[in-house]
Design a protein around this ligand. Structure first.
Ligand SMILES: NC(=[NH2+])NCCC[C@H](N)C(=O)O
Length: 377
C-alpha cells in the first residue's frame, strides 16, 4: 500500500491517475478512511435532524472528546481488515494522513471545539471522471476535514487529475434553520453546501437527494462545475433524517439498484432498472450507533458489477444478493458502523475501469428546476 501509486501500476490497462464514473465498474484504486484520533463532533443544533436520538446527549455532553477507545480500536482493526481484502483483490489502497482532530479552531464568525475524523472520505470527496470534488460540508466540525486528504489530492493533481474544491463555506448562523416545521431542512439556501455522500454516479448522470446537509444552491454549484457533459438529477427520498443517500439507494451494476424498502421513492430516471429491496439489518438493537441507523447494512462497496463487499453478519443481505447473482465478499464491520457508515462511506473510489457511458433512462437527465437556487427570503 503506497500513497503515491502510479497509473501504470494498475495492471494490464493504463488508466489515468483518477478515473471513476460509476459506483460499480471494476475497482483499481481506492482511498480507505481512518478513524484514528476521531472525536465526537462539537454539537450544532442542526445536527438534531440527523443524529440518532440516543446519541444526542452523548454529542451534547462529549463534543470534542475522543471516541470510545476500545470500540474505536476494534473499528480501526476492521478497517485494516477491509484494506487486506481489497489488496487481496489486486486493488491499490491509499490512506489519509494522520490529523489532529481534537484541535479546536475558529473563524471570525464561529468556533468549533474540535474536528471529527478522517473515516468517511465519501462524505467529503467525490470523484467524477478525472476530477476530485471537495464538498462544502455544512457541519462546522468538518470544516478542515479535507486536511487529512490534501497530500493525496495534490498527488493526484500532479499526476493529471482535475481538482474541483467547492466555494469554501462561511457556515455563519444564516445557513442554519433552528426549529421550524418538521418538513424544513436544517440548512437554508444562504450559500452552496453539500456532502458528497448525497450524490451517486451513473456514468454521465449523477443523482442527488436534497438533505439536511445538501441544499439546492450546492446542487446547482456542482451541476455548473461539472458542465454540460454530466446530468445532475434531484430524486426524492422518504427519510426524515436525510443525510447521505448511500443507505437509501445503492447502484450495484448497470440496471440493478439496491434500495431501502421504505426510504426509496420510485423515479422515472430508473425506468428499466431492477429494484432490489434490502432486507432488514441484523444489528443488535443495543449496539452503539452514534451517527447513523443500522441501515448502513446496505451501504455496500462494489468491486465490479458482479462482486460486492458486505458486512459478514448481514446474512439476509448476503443471501438476497447471492440470489440476485452477486458474489459477496464478507468483511467484519459492525464497530465501524457505530461511527457513521459502512463500506461505501469509508471509501473513495479514485480509479475504476470504464468511462462516461449513459445508464439512466433520461440521457443527460437534468433537474427541470431553475438553474439557480432561489435565495431564502
Ligand atoms: N456516507 C455516509 N456516511 N453514509 C451513511 C448514511 C447513513 C444514513 N443517514 C442512515 O442513518 O441510515
Amino acid at each position: 500500500m503506497t500513497n503515491d501509486a502510479q497509473p501504470e501500476e494498475h495492471g494490464q490497462a493504463l488508466l489515468p491517475a483518477v478515473n471513476s464514473y460509476t459506483e460499480w465498474d471494476p475497482l483499481r484504486e481506492v482511498v480507505v478512511g481512518s478513524l484514528l484520533g476521531g472525536v465526537f463532533p462539537d454539537w450544532q443544533d442542526s445536527m438534531v435532524h440527523v443524529v440518532p436520538d440516543a446519541a444526542r446527549p452523548v454529542f451534547q455532553e462529549l463534543g470534542g472528546s475522543p471516541l470510545p477507545a476500545g470500540h474505536l480500536k476494534a473499528a480501526e482493526e476492521e478497517l485494516e481488515g477491509l484494506v487486506e481484502v481489497l489488496e487481496a483483490h489486486g486493488i491499490q489502497v491509499v490512506r489519509p494522513d494522520a490529523a489532529e482532530h481534537q484541535a479546536p479552531f475558529r473563524t471570525p464568525h464561529w468556533s468549533s471545539a474540535a474536528g471529527l475524523y478522517a473515516g468517511m472520505p465519501r462524505d467529503l470527496l467525490m470523484v467524477v471522471g478525472d476530477a476530485i470534488v471537495e464538498a462544502p460540508m455544512s457541519w462546522r466540525c468538518r470544516h478542515h476535514e479535507v486536511d487529512a486528504f490534501r497530500s493525496l489530492i495534490k498527488s493526484y493533481f500532479r499526476r493529471g487529475a482535475r481538482w474541483l474544491p467547492a466555494p469554501r463555506p462561511q457556515l455563519t448562523d444564516e445557513l442554519y434553520r433552528t426549529g421550524g416545521d418538521a418538513g424544513d431542512w436544517a440548512v437554508t439556501e444562504f450559500e452552496p453546501v453539500f456532502d458528497a455522500a448525497d450524490f451517486l454516479r451513473f456514468g454521465r448522470d449523477l443523482i442527488v437527494q436534497r438533505s439536511h446537509v445538501t441544499n439546492e444552491f450546492g446542487i446547482d454549484w456542482l451541476r455548473r462545475a461539472l458542465g454540460p457533459d454530466f446530468g445532475v438529477t434531484v430524486v426524492d427520498t422518504d427519510d426524515p433524517h436525510a443525510m447521505h443517500i448511500d443507505a437509501t439507494i445503492a447502484p450495484l451494476a448497470p440496471g440493478k439498484l439496491l434500495v431501502h424498502p421504505e426510504r426509496y421513492v420510485p423515479h422515472e430516471i430508473f425506468d428499466g432498472w431492477e429494484i432490489l429491496p434490502a432486507p432488514e439489518p441484523t444489528l443488535p438493537h443495543d449496539w452503539p450507533m452514534y451517527f447513523c441507523s443500522p441501515w448502513v447494512s446496505m451501504n455496500v462497496l462494489s468491486l465490479d458489477p458482479e462482486t460486492v463487499v458486505v458486512e459478514s453478519q448481514e446474512q439476509p443481505l448476503i443471501d438476497a444478493l447471492t440470489g440476485w447473482g452477486f458474489r459477496c465478499v464478507p468483511v467484519d464491520f459492525r464497530h465501524v458502523y457505530s461511527f457513521g457508515g459502512s463500506f461505501h462511506c469509508v471509501t473513495l473510489d479514485t480509479v475504476r475501469e470504464g468511462g462516461p457511458a449513459r445508464y439512466l433512462s433520461r440521457p443527460g437527465a437534468r433537474d427541470p428546476r431553475p438553474s439557480h437556487a432561489e435565495q431564502e427570503p
